[in-house]
Design a protein around this ligand. Sequence first.
Ligand code: SF4
Length: 148
Amino acid sequence: MVEFRQAALDRPPQVNIVEYKRGRPKPGRDEEFHVQLCAQALCLEEMLGVAIAAGAIYFGQTKRRVEVAFDQALRSKTENAVVQLRALIVGGKTPVVRFQAKCKKCSLFDLCLPKTARPRCTAMRHLSQAIQHDVDEGSEPSNNGPRL
Ligand code: SF4
């Protein structure tokens, strides 16, 4: 939600941005929410030509807003995330997903299918597993094809 507050008609409105979440704050573990909110603010700043110093996240379980300051550290972190995302898009790479507890409540679960993903299979991983298997079996390292 974007709020426009106008203190006086001859002044530009103050823009406030609020992101709504169903759960509750997780102190120290809400960084991804902060980056998401900051990314939205950066877009609004560019679109509207305004400066937005802070925004808020409203948590449904606590029915409270938590203010998030868009300081330089958060802006830099967000811009770095944008650069990494662009590199993935340009490189045509989809990041490897890792199933986590939060996936169960994620709206993208049916598209992402995190339980079906496996860590990226590399030649190095394959060789390490093959050698480890032979060591565990007490035999000489062999080359019997993939054992993944
Ligand atoms: S389901 Fe996919 S997009 Fe959603 S939290 Fe899990 S890994 Fe991320």
